[in-house]
Design a protein around this ligand. Structure first.
Ligand code: ADP
Length: 568
């Protein structure tokens, strides 16, 4: 928690002022019952009305003072906790942007999202509540008990007993209830996820006539959510009645014990009223304290989860560059495994000159995306060397490496913004560059036909475009910064043969120096590549030009014949 606590340091003066103000409010609140007892025991029996007015006026003044101090301190606490959470969330977000792909896989994207939202919220709540109640509640409990003890020890013991029972019972109930609420929240998340999946895949569901199965899946998730909510509600249902019962029990016990003391002449009757006030103060503060403890333990757990990300070590160091320049793009005996169990890429070697085209062909799961991810250094190879732009990728800085590549992956995100912003993608590119990239990507024709052209707004995830239009926008985005190496991972899967061919020709025409890596299921898209890799189970089983592979690789020949018929 040391890192998280560090976020509080710049606000220390404000926190100190807030705590002092809270302290003053608590002292005022503790003095009120004493004045009340004074009015009942001294002023009323003496029929001294002016003294009643004086003491009453002072009580009012103190009550106003306490309220003013509490409001001021609460506002300061809210400001401090909001500001520190904002900074914490900003740093956490920036750190997540720098996490390597392997670290992102390890944490999982949904966990990162919940750390950025739920966990920062819990830390915010913890600091807010500690500043508000961390001083006030213990002071009211201890101060109230001390003042009672000073005047009537038996009554203080009664209060101490009831308050301890309240603290532990509420603490236990809440502690048991919170994990159940967390489970209930997770169950709701599942329901939302199914709804989102169904909304996104509604066409597939209808086409494959899966409605019945989906209905059952939704009903099961909905049932689980209801049961989890019931379990949580069942436990928490005890909290308020229990604290009300203990409050009433305490009030009765204070009155009974007080009456006995008055009867024996050891206490004035007005003091009973003061003790009842103390008891209510102490009891409310005890409840607050029990809840504070729960918020604290949640906040600490969340703080640790945030720190895990903030303190994650940089796992992709940039090595000193070697002397000899390497090929423009390539691999030398590269092996890699995601989970360290079996090799997902096994001894891959290939080389490519600047301006050449590499085609990658292989069935799903054969390692095509893995190979490209290693070229981009999204992951580090377990062994071997990966070359990009003539340099070992592990000797290139992150910016240098990313600056050399443009890449289009499947299912990439489009922003709910203008066409221009989707292509420029926060890089502030000129409209000329964006237009040129759109032309090469075969996207200009449909962009021009949109009512506002480049300024037309896309729906969330580009829902108002066809699959092929979305893909062409993504290709334009990758081209717009004029990369040295362009990776197209199944980027033409939603394009018809003619558009795909026009796209490849346009890239070669408009970007003659670009080194191209094309992953495609279509042999026709790879036909003109200078080198084609055939991948199977993580290994390059054959490589060469289209002509060479037709002669040497039976698998390639069969596929080419199947897809292109007489075109081979
Ligand atoms: P392709 O692109 O040819 O369809 P991939 O390169 O995506 O294949 O996957 C190759 C193998 O690596 C598959 O067995 C796949 O299950 C595995 N794999 C891919 N990504 C991950 C990951 N993030 N974690 C663990 N295994 C992965």
């Amino acid at each position: 928690m040391r890192t998280i606590l560090g976020y509080l340091r710049p606000h220390a003066p404000r926190v100190a002022v807030g705590v002092t103000v809270k302290f003053t409010a608590a002292v005022l609140e503790l003095l009120l019952p004493l004045l009340l007892a004074h009015i009942i025991d001294d002023c009323v029996p003496a029929r001294d009305l002016p003294a009643v007015w004086r003491a009453g006026g002072l009580m009012l003044l103190m009550a106003f003072g306490a309220a003013f101090c509490n409001i001021t301190a609460n506002r300061m606490a809210a400001w401090v906790s909001m500001d520190m959470t904002r900074q914490l969330r900003r740093d956490l977000y920036q750190r997540t942007l720098l996490l390597s792909q392997a670290q992102l896989d390890r944490f999982s994207v949904s966990s990162i999202v919940s750390r950025l939202t739920n966990d920062t919220y819990n830390v915010h709540q913890m600091f807010d509540k500690i500043q508000r109640g961390g001083i006030r509640a213990p002071m009211l409990v201890l101060g109230g008990l001390a003042l009672t003890f000073f005047q009537a020890p038996p009554l203080a013991l009664v209060q101490l007993g009831v308050c301890s029972a309240t603290f532990f019972s509420i603490w236990l109930v809440t502690r048991r209830g919170i994990p159940r609420y967390t489970r209930a929240q997770e169950a709701v998340d599942t329901v939302v996820r199914i709804l989102r999946e169904n909304a996104a895949g509604v066409r597939v569901i209808k086409a494959l006539v899966c409605q019945e199965r989906e209905r059952e899946r939704f009903a099961a998730a909905s049932r689980a959510s209801k049961e989890a909510e019931e379990a949580a509600g069942c436990v928490m249902a005890a909290a308020n009645p229990l604290s009300d019962f203990l409050l009433n029990l305490g009030l009765v016990l204070v009155v009974l014990a007080g009456a006995l003391l008055v009867d024996r002449g050891r206490m004035a009757s007005g003091q009973i009223v003061a003790f009842l006030s103390y008891f209510t103060l102490i009891q409310t503060a005890t409840l607050g304290l029990a809840k504070l403890f729960v918020k604290f333990s949640k906040g600490v757990a969340s703080g640790r989860r945030i720190e895990e990300v903030l303190l994650a070590p940089e796992d992709q160091q940039v090595r000193a560059p070697g002397e000899a320049p390497g090929p423009e793009l390539g691999m030398e005996n590269v092996s890699f495994s995601y989970l360290g169990v079996e090799k997902d890429l096994d001894g891959a070697s290939f080389f490519l000159n600047k301006g050449e085209t590499l085609g990658i062909l292989g069935p799903t799961g054969s390692g095509k995306t893995t190979l490209v991810s290693l070229l981009l250094r999204l992951y580090d190879a377990d062994s071997g060397v990966v070359w990009a732009g003539g340099r070992d990728v592990s000797a290139l800085s992150r910016e240098d490496l990313r600056g050399r590549f443009g890449a289009v992956f499947q299912n990439e995100a489009l922003l709910n913004d203008s066409v221009y912003e989707n292509i420029s993608f926060l890089r502030g590119l000129s409209r000329e560059d964006v237009t040129a990239a759109a032309r090469t990507a075969q996207a200009w024709e449909f962009i021009e036909a949109l009512p506002e052209g480049l300024d037309a707004r896309l729906d969330i995830r580009g829902a108002n475009l066809s699959g092929g239009q979305r893909q062409r926008l993504l290709i334009a985005r990758a081209l717009a910064a004029r990369p040295g190496i362009l990776i197209l991972d199944s980027a033409d899967s939603a394009l018809d043969y003619r558009t795909a061919a026009a796209l490849h020709a346009a890239i070669r025409r408009d970007f003659p120096g670009v080194t191209l890596v094309v992953i495609s299921e279509r042999a026709a898209s790879l036909r003109d590549a200078d080198r084609i890799l055939v991948l199977e189970d993580g290994a390059i089983t054959a490589q060469g030009t289209h002509g060479e592979l037709l002669e040497t690789c039976g698998r390639y020949r069969r596929m080419a014949e199947l897809q292109m018929g007489g075109l081979t």
